[in-house]
Design a protein around this ligand. Structure first.
Ligand code: NAD
Length: 292
């Protein structure tokens, strides 16, 4: 298939390389990043999009997605599909879907989970919003870049699924870390805490699969000095998107709101930037109780 790929950063580069390795003809564009293996570079986003059956975008945020979409949509062939794999706000995804439909194009929002490791290994999970026909067109590409693609409903629902999942993840990580810090202060051994919680009703992915306590549970970024993994600033981005969506939808999300403010403080004033999001545990360890 002829594919345009715009945004060849940490995630986009390995995804594009995997598509090229699978035999697709990939034409890429990025403002700064070099050509990934097997990808031919174009001089502009519009040139990368021209003639492609599917144009994939993997960009930093909704404002950039909107700008790139406005540039490439007029260059795309009628019937082609714009497949946005970035994590962006739900409103931007839905607006670009409307813009695409008006030009006779398919649109899918397909944010991912799995991080840079999953992108390189071709094992990402895609959460996809958009119509069935576009999903069917993109499916063979999603199968190359990932191991699972869940069709979540109309445009915007992929982003909705992503931010709801990551809101649970952020809240749960904080709960797990504060409970470990409390256990420490109560003299409860971390291994005993893990052994109980991981098989009791407090269990979660953050405890069982990504334990924030070094040396406890399966290997995780905690065992590598909290090098990411999933960086705290990316968690903050997703939590902010969840709260932006909650405001727009008039949804009461007190735990998500608190998680967003705790990760904001962690990233912006407490040296959390560049550390894994599970480094909330050493943060809690260093603190005493603060009455609000
Ligand atoms: P990145 O910053 O490494 O890559 C983004 C790329 O987009 C950069 O190379 C940049 O030069 C390029 N770009 C910016 N504006 C452009 C424009 N106008 N035209 C062409 N190229 C442009 O970011 P990343 O880590 O690859 O993340 C990409 C997206 O994936 C983000 O939305 C992020 O939230 C999401 N995501 C990232 C991870 C992760 O672990 N890194 C995990 C899941 C989802």
């Amino acid at each position: 298939m002829q594919i345009g790929f715009i945004g060849l950063g940490n995630m986009g580069a390995p995804m594009a390389a995997n598509l090229a390795a699978a035999g697709h003809a990939v034409t890429g564009f990025d403002l700064t990043a070099p050509a990934p293996q097997g990808v031919t570079m174009a001089d502009s986003a519009a040139a990368a999009a021209k003639g492609a059956a599917v144009v994939i975008t993997m960009l930093p945020n909704g404002a950039i997605l909107r700008a790139v979409a406005t540039e490439i949509i007029p260059a795309m062939a009628p019937g082609a599909v714009l497949l946005d794999c970035s994590t962006v706000d739900v409103a931007s995804a839905r607006d670009v879907a409307v813009q695409s439909a008006a030009a006779g194009l398919g649109f899918l929002d397909a944010p991912v989970s799995g991080g840079v490791g999953g992108a390189a290994a071709g094992t990402l999970t895609f959460m996809v919003g958009g119509d069935e026909a576009a999903f069917a067109t993109a499916r063979p590409l999603l199968d190359v870049m990932g191991q699972k693609a869940v069709h979540c409903g109309p445009a915007g629902n992929g982003q909705a699924a992503k931010i709801c999942n990551n809101m649970i993840l952020g809240v749960t990580m904080i709960a797990t870390c504060e409970a470990f810090a409390l256990a420490d202060k109560l003299g409860l051994d971390r291994q005993a805490m893990y052994d109980v919680v991981s098989t009791s009703s407090g269990y979660s992915w953050t405890m069982n699969a990504y334990c924030p306590a070094p040396g406890v549970g399966p290997k995780s970024p905690a065992d590598n000095d909290y090098k990411p993994g999933f960086a705290a600033e990316l968690m903050l981005k997703d939590l902010r998107l969840s709260q932006q969506a909650a405001v727009g939808a008039d949804a009461d999300t007190p735990m998500g709101q608190l998680a967003a403010s705790l990760y904001e403080a962690f990233v912006e004033t407490e040296d959390g930037r560049g550390r894994d999001f599970s480094a909330m545990l050493p943060r809690f360890e260093q603190r005493g109780r603060r009455e609000s």
